[in-house]
Design a protein around this ligand. Structure first.
Ligand code: GAL
Length: 967
């Protein structure tokens, strides 16, 4: 069926000097050719070919600051730096140690200018566009001195129509001003033209930007219906005769369907619609991401005028209220991660290879889903997800205020939402990987925030551009359910602490996702003893222990979330916060550190221990046998060093220097002592209804005793029924123990009381702190009692569990760890070899061993790939480690390593995953952090050849590796 004629309002006409309607790609290999030439003054044209897409990334000039008249043609930029896009001006540093770490302590605030000169030789009537994937922030684009377009959100893509400003036969100057001054952020945003720019040259009649829309409304095992709508722009004053042809090709290159339509195209915008039906469709799925390719060709007056290739996947998706998410008719548990847009040491400057590596590392751990927190990603990320079978939550905003580049409600939510949701949905709608659109994250119901009407408005904007996927929000506000805030959404994503419980009760028909889970914290390679008692019991040394027992106060360790996902199968699955460490938000050392501790892998992509925990559970098909911690504890000879093993097996036996330390089995909680107070008689000075005294002795951390008022003078007491030998009293408070001042007493008879501990209110540690107080005793008593004498502001006496043990004890918070990791809590340390043999169903599965290392003696370099492409974008990640003279990894080494790269490549960045480090990323040396660092090498564009990477250090044997860079 053919339908032609003027189109109804989908693509708005471009307005000069005003907001440019955004658009861009479509993985559009345009008809003629992507061109690879481009340097200052290069002639950009071959006038015989009507259409070109040119990567506009080389030979830009850049300066920080805001020089007057920088937009003018004759401005002298010869003293500016030459840069290649994508470019992030802030990642070079330096760090500002005095600044809070929320945005990485990097100099991202301010104004920067980019300029580029180019020459065109193109016939009159040609259309010239500049497509920007992302500029941070508030870009103004000048062409030949005139403002040609501007944009007001750093994370969405936009097009500038340059046609009326360019000189089609001669020299042109483009100047872009980026200004981050008014950008608000909670993480490192980057600065400048941090994603690619394309120069798009088109004939006067061409396919509109993001103008191909493909949906698959009917899919069965036998056939699939493919609906295609193509928007065409006719910039000529007259009607033309045309033909549009569609060819669908499968992954093996076979034509599987085609159609063509003849007609006329009137001046302005037109739409063509076509339906193709194919037999035996191959599904796009997580394990089998089959992609078809649709070529749309526009023929005008008998000549090919434009062509676009769009990849597509045939799949069905459904979110259900009671049975999670269904892909192609079967339930798929979402095993997802949140990823911010920065690429660690490379900053926000986008690199396809760096993103591909991120996704490969995540996938190897069992990830099948990605939440692009909290903004649309570079479009290449979605291409990667399409081809790797990763399901995507595509998110437009964090809040709707300054992090969305909206300042005090200006522009209106309607205008701003329309502009940017449209950009996200039109750009991304053909990606089969995307399963849900998100309108924002954790938006409060304040002045700039959510109301039922505003959420409806935003959801309707999304649906205007795509009805084939559901719309969602990420939230942490259970009270908003009853306010009706989520009524107009299809799915609701919840962040942390099983906050979806209220939704489950009230909105029974609406599907639920766990959009943020875990927020567990750790520094790769660092272990603190003794083990954390509760999740907020952080090490005061500004690193977080990799025993994986710490989480942010508002979140949990991985196993708590694994249990929830088992218990609540109506939830579609979880997105862990976060897959990779990112720049900024360094909870709990928010002031001191510069990058996060949340990642399952560190800032350089080196796995932390947690990677192996997730992999053992999420990817059980792969062999995982991993020992935590390292075995270099010179100060602990003869002392206890706990050993955890992460494995996809169900049990394992541990050996130290050949001696068996016994076998542990998943699900067996060997260590926790019986709590003598469970079920015994409790009394208290006062209680609130439903928070009675005996709830402090029910062995359940979710229930608690709470005093009825704020008076600090309160008490709680237990009668054990008979005299007992007491070795340990553990009080689990509702909040951090530091907020409570009290005296702990015991008595044989309720007449003679002995004080066993006194504790004042304190404000240490600044962040977090344990919710439990542990008091070691060695007494005989029948009664135990806590008497509060002071409470910090806003708190009242409240205890989740008052536990009395006949021996030393562990927090019951960690009980679930025994179901997922194997724990030997009392290994007496001696240097040597620790070996584990893992079993599954009684059969040996695999082994792992670690050894005590001697002094660092040499360097090991391990490249992730040894063949690169000389495209200017390709990277090699070289893992740098210190070994002792026998080749044993030195887990504590911190040598400063120097690098040299010879051949057609440069050092793109160095890093070591240390959240506290303020060493530069763009330099040629790096200190090892717990034995490891990362060197990132970039192959030069257009210069294939051999690359030699050499690493040396004082006192270490140097080493070299070879990499080749190919055409
Ligand atoms: C969430 C928030 C995220 C991040 C995270 C850290 O509440 O949505 O952006 O801040 O906390 O745990």
């Amino acid at each position: 069926m053919i339908r032609m004629g003027r189109k109804q309002g989908m693509i708005t006409a471009f307005a000069k000097h005003s907001w440019q309607i955004c658009c861009a790609r479509d993985r559009n290999m345009t008809l003629a050719l992507t061109v690879a030439m481009m340097c200052l003054g290069t002639l950009l044209a071959n006038a015989d070919e009507g259409t070109q897409s040119i990567r506009f990334t080389k030979d830009w000039r850049f300066t920080k600051g805001d020089p007057a008249a920088a937009e003018t043609v004759d401005f002298d930029d010869s003293k500016w730096n030459t840069v290649r896009l994508p470019h992030d001006w802030a990642i070079a540093g330096p760090f500002n140690p005095d600044e809070d770490g929320y945005a990485g302590k990097l100099p991202w605030k301010g104004v920067g200018w980019y300029r580029k000169e180019f020459t065109l030789d193109w016939p009159a009537g040609s259309r010239i566009y500049l497509d920007f994937d992302g500029v941070m922030a508030f870009p103004q684009v000048y062409i030949n001195g005139q403002l040609a377009g501007k944009w007001d959100y750093g994370y969405t893509s936009f097009r500038v129509d340059a046609t009326d400003y360019v000189n089609l036969s001669g020299k042109n100057v483009i100047a872009v001003r980026a200004d981050t001054t008014n950008h608000g952020t909670r993480w490192y945003p980057g600065a400048g033209i941090y994603r690619k720019v394309m120069l798009e040259i088109r004939e006067p009649i061409h396919i509109a930007p993001w103008g191909v829309c493909i949906t698959t409304p009917k899919v069965t095992d036998d056939s699939a219906t493919i609906d295609i709508a193509v928007q065409v722009e006719n910039h000529k004053p007259a009607e033309v005769s045309s033909k549009v042809t569609f060819t669908l090709i499968d992954a093996s290159g076979n034509d599987v369907a085609s159609a063509s339509m003849d007609g006329t195209i009137a001046p302005g915008d037109s739409e063509f619609k076509q339906t193709l039906t194919i037999a035996d469709p191959q599904r796009w799925d997580v394990d089998h991401p089959h992609l078809y390719r649709l070529t749309s060709e526009l023929i005008v007056d008998g000549k090919l005028a434009d062509s676009q290739a769009t990849s597509l996947g045939i799949r069905t998706i459904e979110f259900t209220a009671d049975d999670g998410f269904h892909l192609n008719g079967r339930r798929v548990q979402l095993q997802g991660v949140n990823l911010h847009h920065d690429l660690g040491p490379l900053g926000a400057a986008f690199s396809t290879r760096a993103a591909e590596r991120q996704l490969q590392i995540m996938k190897s751990m069992g990830v099948n889903a990605l939440r692009t927190s909290h903004n649309p990603p570079a479009p290449e990320v979605l291409d990667l997800c399409d081809s790797m079978g990763i399901l995507v939550w595509d998110e437009c905003f964090d809040k709707w205020d300054r992090t969305a580049d909206r300042i005090h409600g200006k522009p209106s939510l309607q205008e701003h939402g329309e502009r940017h949701l449209r950009s996200m949905v039109l750009r991304d709608r053909n990606h089969p990987s995307i399963i849900v659109w998100s309108i924002g994250n954790e938006i409060p119901d304040n002045e700039e925030g959510v109301t039922p009407e505003r959420v409806k408005l935003m959801a309707e904007i999304v649906r205007k551009y795509d009805t084939s996927r559901p719309t969602t929000i990420g939230t942490c506000f259970p009270h908003q359910v009853a306010q009706g805030v989520y009524d107009s959404l299809d799915v609701v994503g919840w962040n942390y602490l099983r906050r979806y419980a209220n939704h489950r009760k009230l909105l029974t028909e609406k599907p639920i996702l766990y959009s943020e889970s875990a927020s567990t914290l750790s520094s790769r390679g660092f272990y603190a003893l003794p083990l954390a008692y509760t999740k907020t019991d952080y090490n005061p040394g500004l690193q977080v222990s990799s025993y994986d027992l710490n989480a942010a106060a508002w979140s949990d360790i991985p196993e708590v979330e694994f249990d929830l996902m088992k218990k609540d199968p109506f939830v579609a699955g979880e997105f862990v916060w976060t897959g990779f460490d990112y720049l900024g938000e360094p909870t709990p050392y928010s002031h001191e550190a510069k990058s996060s501790y949340f990642g399952i892998v560190d800032l350089c992509g080196i796995p932390k221990d947690r990677y192996w925990l997730y992999r053992s559970y999420w990817n059980p098909e792969e062999l995982t046998v991993h020992i935590t911690p390292h075995w270099n504890w010179p100060d602990h000879v003869g002392a206890k060093v706990p050993v955890f093993v992460y494995t996809n097996g169900d049990s394992a036996e541990l050996f130290l220097n050949g001696q068996s330390l016994g076998r542990q089995e998943k699900g067996v909680r060997s260590d926790r002592q019986a709590n003598l107070a469970v079920g015994k008689q409790f009394s208290a000075s006062s209680t609130r209804p439903s928070f009675e005294a005996d709830l402090a002795g029910d062995d359940d951390m979710d229930s608690k005793w709470s005093a009825e008022n704020d008076s600090p003078v309160q008490w709680l007491q237990v009668d054990l029924g008979k005299s007992e030998s007491i070795k340990c009293i553990v009080i689990e408070f509702e909040k951090e123990a530091k907020w409570y001042g009290y005296e702990l007493q015991v008595s044989p008879d309720m007449i003679h009381w002995e004080t066993v501990a006194r504790k004042p209110v304190s404000d240490f540690p600044q962040w977090g702190g344990s919710t439990a107080s542990i008091h070691k005793t060695d007494i005989q008593a029948r009664y135990a009692r806590i008497e509060f004498d002071s409470l910090s502001d806003g708190n009242h006496a409240s205890i989740s569990e008052f536990a009395v043990y006949p021996d030393t004890a562990q927090s019951m918070y960690y009980d679930s760890t025994y179901d997922y990791r194997l724990r030997w809590n009392d290994v007496t340390y001696e240097p040597g070899e620790l070996k584990v043999v893992a079993y599954k169903d009684g059969k040996q599965l695999g082994t792992a061993r670690i050894k005590t290392a001697g002094e660092p003696a040499k360097i090991r370099l391990t490249p992730d790939r040894t063949r690169l492409d000389a495209t200017g974008d390709d990277l090699c990640y070289v893992l740098v480690e210190a070994l002792d003279k026998d080749g044993v990894l030195c887990p504590l080494a911190e040598n400063q390593i120097r690098f040299q790269v010879e051949g057609p490549a440069d050092i793109a960045a160095v890093g070591n995953g240390n959240p506290m480090s303020q060493e530069l990323f763009q330099t040629n040396s790096r200190r090892l952090f717990y034995g490891k660092a990362m060197l990132i090498v970039r192959a030069n564009e257009g210069h294939p050849g051999q690359i030699t990477v050499t690493a040396d250090a004082d006192d270490l044997e140097a080493t070299s590796i070879s990499i080749s860079s190919n055409e």
